[in-house]
Ligand binder design. Structure first.
Ligand code: NIG
Ligand code: FE
Length: 410
């Protein structure tokens, strides 16, 4: 590998879990040289070219580096909380019942509409900061708690602004087809008309959405309604994703695959037909163990079949106030293994290069020369430790597009 004469940033004293290739891609006693936003050189430290200098050097004395984590499914921009609903569910109410009574997503819609952009950013900033603090360098954020044009755009704009402020690459997804807003109660088709004719075009022309998502379920939208949202997204050049087969089998994943969706997410009720369709289209299966856990689901996503068919599996927090009030990507790695039986290596791949693929990003998620210099550093003895432990945070900081955000050892 040819090294430049000078790096902007040089990281040394690191064991590397590069995830470059099929397995962990381990390099012991490694170093990473960065020029600008990119990894310029990576390898065993002893092979660092003699005489190469660097503007900044960080030595970690044997910590581990992984690709920066990619949290590819969150709803972290919202106001209010749903602790009261949690108490109701503990007394026996179900998520779907609460939603049908006008609570659930709609209660967060009321709080999110009422918050101005500043208040919404103040409520959401600690969540993005906490996710980044565990090693995330790219975070997807969905709208879906505005459910009217301006409030949806407000959510997306706040997400982007928080990303710039905290130095995290925030990718935004329009999820106006999340629930039927109160103004359209009983008129779901009319709401979908408005989403397609007004909100998708507005988000696209404002450049505020990187993708479009929908919630296809009995308490969400039908296949036909979802299809219309997907058509509108494609008409505006936006790729699609889908909340599919979370609470029931609507054959949503197959629909998503038909549209070449980047991902289909949740998937507890995914059928063999859906798996075949996803395998054929290359759609990523995004597994969300936090929502499975919080809703005390018992039906597991078909992980063995997904693995057998070669469907790539990502793991994300689904950070949201209703079904997954977590800001811990590392806890999700643990839950993906404990609850869904992924291997630690599959879980970390699922939160790095597979998650990047679920966002349509090919330039990150592996430590390799030429990739974006997104790196997470952890005070651990071996990479499987990231999924083994739950609670605590061994992250020493990150490089985000080559910019160091490190703190002293903890
Ligand atoms: O990913 N299922 C739909 N959407 C979210 C939950 C949103 C909410 O309850 O506020 C999810 O689980
Ligand atoms: Fe979600």
């Amino acid at each position: 590998m040819n090294a430049p004469a000078r790096f902007d940033v040089l990281l040394t004293g690191l064991n590397l879990a590069t995830l470059d290739g099929e397995g962990w891609g381990i390099v012991r006693d490694g170093a990473i040289g960065v020029v600008g936003e990119r990894i310029a050189w990576i390898g065993p430290q002893r092979e660092l070219p003699a005489g190469v200098s660097s503007s900044q050097r960080h030595d970690f004395g044997g910590a581990w580096a992984t690709p920066g984590l990619v949290d590819c499914h969150t709803h972290l921009v919202y106001a209010g909380n749903r602790a009261g609903e949690f108490e109701r569910r503990l007394r026996g109410a179900t998520y779907a019942e609460i939603a049908r009574e006008g609570g659930g997503i709609l209660s967060t819609v009321r709080a999110t509409r009422a918050a101005d952009a500043g208040a919404l950013a103040d409520a959401s900033r600690p969540r993005l900061a906490a996710i980044a603090d565990e090693g995330a360098t790219t975070v997807e954020v969905k709208s879906g708690y505005g459910l009217e044009r301006e409030a949806e755009l407000k959510q997306l704009a706040v997400a982007r602004a928080l990303g710039r402020e905290l130095g995290v690459d925030v990718r935004t997804t329009l999820l106006a087809a999340h629930a039927v807003p109160p103004e359209f109660a009983g008129r779901a088709d009319a709401w979908i008309d408005a989403v397609c004719a007004d909100i998708v075009p507005a988000a696209a022309s404002a450049g505020l959405a990187d993708a479009v998502d929908a919630f296809c379920d009995t308490i969400g939208f039908t296949r036909e309604q979802t299809r219309r949202v997907f058509d509108a997204a494609h008409a505006h050049g936006l790729p699609v994703k889908l909340h599919a087969e979370q609470l029931s089998d609507q054959d949503g994943a197959a629909l998503a695959a038909e549209y070449g969706a980047l991902s289909a997410d949740h998937l507890e009720w995914l059928s063999p037909r859906g798996i075949d369709a996803m395998a054929a289209s290359g759609t990523v299966a995004v597994l969300l163990p936090g929502a499975f856990y919080a809703l005390r689901e018992t039906r597991l996503p078909p992980v063995d079949a997904l693995r057998e068919r070669g469907v790539p599996m990502a793991v994300a927090t689904d950070c949201n106030p209703g079904t997954s009030p977590t800001t811990s990507p590392l806890l999700m790695l643990n839950m993906a293994c404990t609850l869904f039986r992924l291997t630690p290596q599959e879980a970390l791949a699922g939160m790095t290069h597979v998650a990047a693929r679920a966002l349509g990003l090919a330039d990150r998620g592996r430590l390799r020369a030429g990739m974006r210099a997104d790196v997470a550093v952890y005070a651990i003895d071996e990479p499987a430790e990231l999924a083994w432990r739950f609670g605590g945070n061994p992250c020493l900081g990150t490089l985000r597009a080559g910019v160091p955000h490190f703190r002293s050892a903890r």
